[in-house]
Ligand binder design. Structure first.
Ligand SMILES: C[S@@+](CC[C@H](N)C(=O)[O-])C[C@H]1O[C@@H](n2cnc3c(N)ncnc32)[C@H](O)[C@@H]1O
Length: 127
């Protein structure tokens, strides 16, 4: 599924540099085979109803996957890069996940959330 790239319209993020959203999306889609998803959910200990923070969410691939796979989860995707967050928002809307996935701009070093806000914190290739 093509996404509306804003690649040429915006400069790299001063915090994170430059990540190309479409490339991130395609690489994960290729790697995440359907049989892998239950193993991932089990490994993460992710359960229905959890409040989940995905740090450095990029285009929101993992946040959207968790929201699609688990009932009643609420996922906040945090990323510093507004360009990627804009792509993430488009896909959250397109996939009908707006009631489950919220995207917030911010720095992983200074998260605004009080302790125990989340049941699970995920982060895919941020470090
Ligand atoms: C390799 S990408 C991975 C994106 C996403 N987790 C995924 O799996 O597709 C790394 C992400 O971390 C974000 N990032 C890097 N440093 C960050 C920071 N200090 N605070 C918030 N996000 C950061 C980048 O903007 C980018 O979206």
């Amino acid at each position: 599924m093509p996404v509306n790239s804003t690649k040429s319209k915006q400069p790299p993020s001063p915090v994170t540099g430059y990540f190309e959203g479409e490339r991130l999306e395609l690489s994960w889609r290729y790697l995440y085979r359907p049989e892998f998803i239950p193993l991932l959910i089990d490994y993460l200990g992710a359960r229905p109803g959890m409040r989940i923070l995905d740090v450095g969410c990029g285009t929101g691939f993992l946040a959207r996957l968790l929201a699609r796979t688990l009932d009643d989860v609420r996922v906040i995707g945090l990323d510093a890069d507004t360009k990627l967050l804009n792509l993430a928002r488009q896909m959250v809307e397109r996939e009908g996940l707006t009631s489950q996935v919220e995207l917030q701009q911010g720095n992983a070093y200074q998260t605004p959330y009080p302790a125990e806000t989340f049941d699970l914190v995920t982060s895919q290739t941020l470090l």
